[in-house]
Design a protein around this ligand. Structure first.
Ligand code: NDP
Length: 283
């Protein structure tokens, strides 16, 4: 079994970001990402700081828009303000959101031309229609990792995605379908989940349950992408895949941490420079 090295893939993407950002700056544009943070959740604050650090390292400005106990209307107003601001090229809205507010709804107030994390349903629709768009960065990271694997052919492969959220499972399934994989999407009502997963040449776990994908879920030699990030009592992070059990069976497997996470951050930056480039032709 070989580990899929997310950090190496992220490094390559970030080198491309740095080059594109430098070129934009030479031409008078400072690529800028705005991160709306509608929560004081400590985990979110840590994640947002890590995005800012990565962005600034590669020449992308990062504006953190911290909102203090906002309601839906304040979040929408901020997203509309940033959408209209010519100095902002990419916008993401962090979760968790206040009770009763969904990303699918407020995401509709992010301009599709700045929606670099695929939160606007217009972009999810474009993805479904096979049109050029930005998929949510985590789902895009799944594809990016798979495409970096030598000798892995997605066309005609049996792919199983466990999880159907709008931010990960569904867009990952659409991206795989757009690559001509034969895709099955599983969720909490799926019957005999392990047997369905065992059919997969490519298995994507995006559930949020530590270690639930055990040895009996994996076909020998399969490629397994573990999207799950589950905090442990000692301050660490584990995936949805039982790494120790599955590493003896899978052909390739992403570790947690060091798999999908770094690629997700790198793609947020790549999408931001793409949006900045786009702003030149679609101001
Ligand atoms: P959600 O909670 O929105 O979705 C979880 C999905 O898993 C749902 O579709 C749910 O089914 C399904 N599910 C829950 N329990 C089971 C079960 N027992 N059997 C089968 N399916 C089940 O989570 P997200 O999609 O937002 O995130 C998934 C994981 O990915 C989390 O661990 C999250 O932390 C991680 N993540 C990682 C990122 C990264 O950059 N590495 C970024 C974003 C998320 P149903 O729809 O029926 O309820």
């Amino acid at each position: 079994m070989s580990d899929i090295d997310g950090r190496a893939v992220a490094k390559e993407i970030r080198a491309g970001v740095a080059a594109a950002a430098a070129k934009l700056r030479e031409n008078g544009t400072a690529p800028t990402l705005a991160v709306v943070v509608p929560t004081d959740d400590e985990g979110t604050a840590w994640y947002v700081r890590s995005i800012k650090k990565a962005a600034e390292k590669e020449g992308v400005d990062c504006r953190i828009e911290q909102l203090d106990a906002p309601g839906r209307d304040e979040i929408v107003a901020k997203l509309q303000e940033l959408s209209a601001d010519p100095g902002v090229h990419g916008i993401i809205c962090q979760t968790p959101l206040p009770e009763g507010v969904t990303l699918a709804e407020v995401g509709g107030h992010i301009s599709p031309l700045k929606d670099i994390d695929g939160a606007n349903a217009t972009n999810l629709g474009r993805l479904g229609a096979g049109l050029r768009t930005w998929a949510p960065a985590t789902a895009a990271a799944v594809l990016e990792l798979l495409k970096h694997e030598e000798g892995l052919t997605l066309s005609g492969a049996r792919a199983v995605v466990v999880g159907r959220s709008t931010v990960v499972g569904k867009p990952a399934a659409l991206l795989l379908l757009n690559e001509s994989a034969t895709v099955t999407v599983c969720h909490s009502r799926t019957k005999d989940l392990a047997a369905v997963c065992r059919e997969a040449d490519v298995l994507v776990a995006a559930v949020g349950r530590a270690g639930m994908i055990g040895a009996d879920f994996v076909k020998p030699g399969a490629t397994v992408i573990d999207v799950g990030t589950n905090p442990t009592d000692d301050g660490g992070l584990v995936g949805d895949v039982d790494y120790a059990a599955v590493s003896g069976i899978a052909g390739r497997l992403t570790p947690v941490p060091g798999g999908v996470g770094p690629v997700t951050t790198a793609l947020l930056l790549r999408h931001t420079v793409e949006a900045a480039e786009l702003s030149k032709t679609h101001p």
